[in-house]
Structure formats: structure tokens, C-alpha cells
Write a protein that binds this ligand. Structure first.
Ligand SMILES: Nc1ncnc2c1ncn2[C@@H]1O[C@H](COP(=O)(O)OP(=O)(O)OP(=O)(O)O)[C@@H](O)[C@H]1O
Ligand SMILES: [Mg+2]
Length: 393
């Protein structure tokens, strides 16, 4: 393989047509992994996960702390042995619980980029990139062959002139490139990332994200990237797998996950929501703040959700499908939008208007208008886990 110079997969088509198995970079089927806690209880860290990842995709595993992201990634890498199910990488089965297949991590055609990149501080960029070649299984390449590969990898990520620098002499973006070059020097077509940007401040993180995405598109490798940051997931992913307690709740494009969340958990984890308890009546759901019209039926008792950016505020009762009365109790300017905190009885709702809005002030009696397509309803599940690190925005 000559991945660096001739990408085997085209970055311009992240979703190759058809279910052709050879197009799949990673196939995970019915994977489970339990851990035993010290008190003797068992935790299902992965609970029947299925993921079919196509070549050239940038897939993000997203979910709160403890939902199994790292365990799933480490299982693909071969650093963790699942209990059952199977994993194939590049069409080769690397794990199969039933068939007793468990290929060692060094023999799987993939690389991993760790948190903070884990570059060796006492080695130059070039030495860091050469490291996997020197520690490769099988016949060792000659020194000049290795140097050639290292130069090729550093050039591919755009830092061909920085091979002699030590990590502490490089910017965050340059260090990220060294880590990528090291991951790609073995011609890996699949690169796994475990929260590589988590120790960087927000501004730098944004820059690194853009850069990582540009390089992934250009070089064409398949990325499986773990994060608990939904904004990061939305920006990077061709598809996001939302995990909850070891289960894949939804696997879809950022658009699908935002606009058509499969479960209440996903709706609350991606983006922001207002939540109302509803009882089914003709035409929709009766809530503490009034009738919310929707053609959807999620059973007798349901949770009615709508996003703060989808509602409209008005002084006169609007002609929208639903019109909920309330009073503005706070106005917060958030930079990109203005948040109006609206109260109706015991219910509080957050409504966002883009930019700085002075249309309504604290104390104003207003209406919250909703279109049918803005409303999501899910059957009530008492005890369903809500969004854990509730958005403080
Ligand atoms: N070696 C282990 N022994 C026992 N339990 C473990 C072990 N590793 C992970 N777990 C448990 O498995 C579950 C999943 O852990 P995992 O590290 O995969 O979560 P994560 O989604 O990566 O979380 P974070 O965002 O905090 O990194 C957790 O409940 C964790 O406590
Ligand atoms: Mg983790």
C-alpha cells in the first residue's frame, strides 16, 4: 500500500454507494464487553454495538463520560478483548468471539493517535515518526528506506522541513501533524483518535480541528474519533455514533442526528431542548403550557421537546400550529444569539433569537410559536438518563 502518495479511498466520496463489503474500513457486529468492578458487579462497557464504517469516512463516537467510547476504540485497536461479536478492519476479521479470532494490535492495519499526541519529548519529529518503523514486526526496512518513508510522511502532512525539531519546539498544530505522520507512516488506512484535542484550550482546539479535517480529506484515511464534545462531533463527522451505556443509540450524519434524533436521549445530547410532559389529545399533546400540535403519536404519555432556536416569540398570538403563552423573566445576550427565558406557570422555556435582540424585555407577556415540524415527541420512559453534563449555556 502507498497510502500517503496514492490514497486508496477518495475523500470526495465519504459514502460509497452500495453495501459492498470491500468498501468498509471497519465493520463492528454485535460487540459486547463487560468489565468486572472490584465489588464483584459487572459493567456492560459495550452492549451489542453494530457499526459499519465506510472507507474515507470520519466517524465520531460521541457520548458522556463512561458510555464506552474508549473501550470500543481500544477493542478496534486490539488493546481490549471483547466478550463476543466481531470486528473487521479493511475486510480482514481481526476479532471474532465465536471463531476464536483475536489478531494482535501490531498486526491490525491501523494506528492510534493518543490524547495530547503522546510524542516522545526526547526525540525529534523525524525520530518520533520513525519510531513505529523501527519497532515494526517482520523484516526491518533499511535505514534509507525508513528515512524515505519518514520524509514522505512529514511532507504529506505539510511539515517536511521540521523533522529536526523537538516537540517542545513545535506549535500545537505542528505537533498534531507529527502525530498524524507517525500514525500514517506504516501506511495505515485507518486511524483511531481518543480525544486528541481534549487538553488544548478552546480556541486552539478549533484551529486544530479544521486542520485535522483538511488533512483527513486530503490524505483519505478513515478516521474513528472519540469525543464527548458535541460541537466537535458535529464539525468533524461524516457520521456520528451516539453512545449511551455501551449501546449505539443512533448512527447518522450530523444533520440526521440533529433534525431527526432517534431517541429522547439523542435529542437531548445533541443541541439544546425545551422539555414538556404531554398527554395525548386530538391533534397533539396537552402540556402544562397548552396544546402542542403534532401529527406524531408517541403513546398516551410522552415527552414533548423543541429546540430553543426553532421557537418564535411574538406579542400577538401567532398563527403557528401551537401558541404557548408566557412571560419573559430574563434576557441574556450570548454573542451569536439572545436567550429569552420564558416562564409559564411552573414551566420555564428558553427561546433563542439570532444576534442581539431587543424586541422583548423582562416582564413582557409574550407568545411562543411552534410549527409542527419543530416538535419532537418520545414515549415517556420514567428513569431514562437525561443529558448528564447539562448544558450551562
Ligand atoms: N479496566 C476497567 N475495569 C473496570 N471497569 C472499566 C475498565 N475500563 C472501563 N471500565 C468501565 O467501563 C465503562 C466504559 O468506560 P470507557 O472508558 O470506555 O468510557 P468513556 O466513554 O471512554 O468515558 P470518558 O469520556 O470518561 O473517557 C465505564 O463504566 C468504566 O468505569
Ligand atoms: Mg474515554
Amino acid at each position: 500500500m502507498t497510502q500517503l502518495t496514492h490514497p486508496t479511498s477518495s475523500p470526495s466520496r465519504p459514502h460509497p454507494a452500495g453495501p459492498d463489503a470491500t468498501q468498509h474500513a471497519i465493520v463492528i457486529r454485535q460487540l459486547t464487553k463487560h468489565f468486572r468492578r472490584r465489588d464483584g458487579s459487572t459493567v456492560p462497557a459495550i452492549d451489542g454495538a453494530d457499526l459499519h464504517i465506510e472507507s474515507g469516512e470520519f466517524v465520531v463516537l460521541l457520548g458522556p463520560s463512561g458510555c464506552g467510547k474508549t473501550t470500543l476504540l481500544r477493542s478496534v485497536a486490539g488493546l481490549e478483548t471483547p466478550d463476543s461479536g466481531s470486528i473487521a478492519v479493511g475486510g480482514v476479521t481481526v476479532f471474532d468471539g465465536e471463531a476464536g479470532i483475536d489478531v494482535g494490535p501490531e498486526r491490525r492495519e491501523l494506528s492510534m493517535v493518543f490524547q495530547s499526541y503522546a510524542l516522545w519529548p526526547h526525540m525529534t519529529a523525524a525520530q518520533n515518526v520513525r519510531y513505529p518503523l523501527e519497532n515494526q514486526r517482520g523484516p526491518r526496512q533499511s535505514r534509507s528506506q525508513m528515512n524515505e518513508r519518514v520524509t514522505e510522511a512529514l511532507t504529506a502532512v505539510g511539515i517536511g522541513d521540521l523533522g529536526g525539531q523537538y516537540p517542545n519546539q513545535l506549535s500545537g498544530g505542528q505537533q498534531q501533524r507529527v502525530a498524524l505522520a507517525r500514525a500514517l507512516v506504516n501506511n495505515s488506512t485507518v486511524v483511531l483518535f481518543d480525544e486528541p484535542l481534549s487538553n488544548v484550550d478552546a480556541k486552539v482546539r478549533e484551529t486544530l480541528r479544521v486542520e485535522l479535517l483538511a488533512m483527513q480529506r486530503r490524505l483519505g484515511f478513515t478516521a474513528l474519533f472519540v469525543t464527548h464534545d458535541q460541537a466537535e462531533a458535529m464539525e468533524l463527522a461524516t457520521r456520528i455514533a451516539v453512545l449511551d451505556r455501551g449501546q449505539v443509540q443512533q448512527f447518522g450524519t450530523p444533520d440526521e442526528i440533529y433534525a431527526r434524533p432517534a431517541t429522547e436521549y439523542v435529542a437531548k445530547f445533541i443541541g439544546n431542548t425545551n422539555e414538556l410532559p404531554g398527554t395525548r389529545v386530538a391533534g397533539g399533546y396537552e402540556t402544562p403550557v397548552g396544546l402542542v400540535r403534532t401529527p406524531e403519536d408517541a403513546g398516551e404519555q410522552a415527552t414533548v421537546l423543541f429546540r430553543p432556536e426553532h421557537a418564535r416569540l411574538s406579542t400577538e398570538q401567532p398563527a403557528t400550529a401551537s401558541a404557548l403563552p408566557g412571560r419573559v423573566v430574563a434576557v441574556l445576550f450570548m454573542g451569536t444569539h439572545t436567550e429569552f427565558l420564558v416562564r409559564s406557570g411552573e414551566t420555564r422555556m428558553r427561546i433563542w433569537v439570532s444576534g442581539r435582540s431587543t424586541d422583548f424585555a423582562e416582564g413582557d407577556e409574550i407568545w411562543v410559536g411552534l410549527q409542527e415540524q419543530d416538535v419532537m415527541v418520545f414515549a415517556s420512559h420514567p428513569g431514562q438518563s437525561a443529558r448528564p453534563e447539562d448544558d450551562a449555556r
